[in-house]
Design a protein around this ligand. Structure first.
Ligand code: SAH
Length: 220
């Protein structure tokens, strides 16, 4: 693959990406490592070629199967919320989708274990991450509401689709000091929440209102 495909031209160029990063800064994203990933991950290769010119707009875009690539602001916000408090070891991601969030996060943590229920999306994500030479990711086709017990416990868990209530199994797979960032609630009324596992308890902080596709049960 040519370097040009990753670096982009015109609507996918460095200037266009800088504008997106500037916008995220203005909206309060402060973690420089995260902003750097947003600038450097070629979001346009994760969407259909016809949508490439819109890849650096701060919006969710369709990726097929009724799913969307997350809005850059949300990817940045969730990554920042997960990383706040120090570097992370193993992270579980539920809802790989096209793999964009995975690509942003992977170099910032030790390892990402990612679970997706739609097999075709997972295969595409694998291919993109291979192209980007991101190697610290383990993939699983399955129901992420069950977490990934064999790989746990996790220092961080990030959920990219909204359950009505937090799956118990995810909280159970959080290591001591670990953080779970998850959008919770029905469509139109979701709230982004960060849970932190303490010695004897779990604390809960609200990070504001958000809009996600629903977290579903079972394999797609
Ligand atoms: N972060 C992704 C976007 C994810 S959209 C990106 O950057 O592209 C949410 C994804 O969660 C969809 O791909 C959907 O298929 C998946 N999903 C929904 N319920 C799931 C479940 N129970 N287990 C695993 N994946 C699930």
């Amino acid at each position: 693959m040519s370097d040009l495909r990753f670096s982009g031209i015109g609507m996918t160029s460095a200037r266009t990406r800088d504008r997106l990063v500037q916008r995220l800064r203005e909206q309060g994203i402060a973690n420089l490592a995260v902003l750097d990933r947003i600038r450097n991950v070629p979001r346009h290769i994760f969407v259909d070629e016809a949508l490439g010119s819109r890849a650096y707009e701060d919006t969710a875009l369709p990726i097929g199967f009724g799913q969307t690539i997350s809005q850059p602001y949300i990817v940045a916000r969730m990554s920042e919320a997960l990383l706040q408090g120090g570097p992370l070891g193993k992270v579980l991601e539920v809802g790989t989708g096209c793999g964009y969030q995975t690509a942003v996060l992977a170099p910032l943590v030790e390892q990402v274990c990612t679970v997706e229920r739609i097999g075709a999306l997972l295969e595409r994500a694998k291919e993109r991450l291979r192209e980007l030479e991101i190697r610290n990711v383990k993939f699983r086709h399955g129901d992420g509401t069950q977490g990934w017990r064999a790989q746990g416990p996790f220092a961080g868990i990030l959920v990219a689709a909204a359950p009505l209530a937090v799956p118990r199994e995810l909280l159970a797979q959080l290591a001591p000091g670990g953080r779970l960032v998850v959008p919770v609630g029905p469509e139109g009324e979701q709230e982004l929440i960060r849970f932190t596992r303490r010695e004897e308890s779990v604390t809960r902080e609200s990070l504001g209102r958000v809009a996600f596709v629903p977290l579903l049960g079972g394999k797609g």
